[in-house]
Design a binder for this molecule. Sequence first.
Ligand SMILES: Cc1ncc(COP(=O)(O)O)c(C=O)c1O
Length: 389
Amino acid sequence: MTSRRVALVKPSPTLAITARGIQLRREGKDIVSLSVGEPDFPVFPHVEEAIVAALRKGLTKYTASSGVAELREAISDWMYDESEKRYPISQIIATSGAKQALYNACQALLDEGDEAVIPNPYWVSYPEMVRLAGATPVELELSAEDGWVPRPEALARVMTERTRVVMLGSPGNPTGAVWDVAALQGIARVLERYPKAVVLSDDIYCRLVYGGVKAVNFLKVAPQLTSRTLLINGCSKAYAMTGLRIGWACGPAEIISAMNKIQDASTSNASSLSQYAAIAALRGPQEPLEVMRQQFERRRDLMVDLIGRIPGMKATKPDGAYYVFSDVREALGDRTSLQLSEHLLEQHGVAVVPGSAFGREGYVRFSFATSEDQIRKGLLRVAEGIASL
Ligand SMILES: Cc1ncc(COP(=O)(O)O)c(C=O)c1O
């Protein structure tokens, strides 16, 4: 009864784990979640005030499909700080989360028979979005030994005349790896040889970086690829606004206008109140973000230290995002990462995401977007769970 396209899409394993955790909690079990993908901080006070003010002013009507001009102006200024590129508002689309920006981009760029290169391990939604657009995901293998940074020769091996999209993500989910200038230059040199390939640079974690590391915007390194690069970003992670659903894309006029067509025909504008919240987040004081970032940095250090003490598990410090992608191959024996995750959840009350969800067996993703208490308690359970295998 349903379409062929939808039959190709796999149910999200991360959502399945979350759902099972919720069910166990409802049954009265004490579950520690180290699987969350969102900051545990409330929205910043000035953002909260902006939503209330917008509501009181009656700003509850449809807006331009691509977002109110004031929001796109605020995005333009914020993105100038990131990329040193000045995007006119006609080259910006505000969306319901970065996810919709990525989805619209895939719909706008991909046809049947096209290929989209996705670094593996990948964020779970990338391959599904590509499949929903009728195209084929092609994986670019990254390795822990390289710090999860793509090698130019590996990229060159997966590029073909059919490659229409190349997804880049730094800091990445699930590895938290931040790609330096040399890595981005290597990628750019390969892409210069493929004029039909459009870069989707998903920079959603760009402000969540640690230990003095900076996330360098791809266009700062490869301005020669501006005419075929889309910069994707949003408020979800940096401003703890996941449920408010504001993301965006900046890029070439032709692609943004195609994405607008798709948005017009599907959802129209992102929530008007959330748009005003986003203006406050982007234009307002940035100190709360810094306070949150510093907390994440402490939690990261704690988590890596605690994982390192568990026999059979390895962890290196990620430079960004809020995930530790831990090598658990020794602990697994002949089990899969999914079996380990199920064992940890069902028998020991701790939710983690198996590496297989991100296309990489032998690993588990732990999120440190939760309190130090929960991190300690959760990892104690992980240690017990591994000891009991
Ligand atoms: C790499 C990556 N891109 C995009 C998103 C989606 O962000 P949003 O909530 O703004 O749709 C996520 C969320 O988990 C992510 O991890």
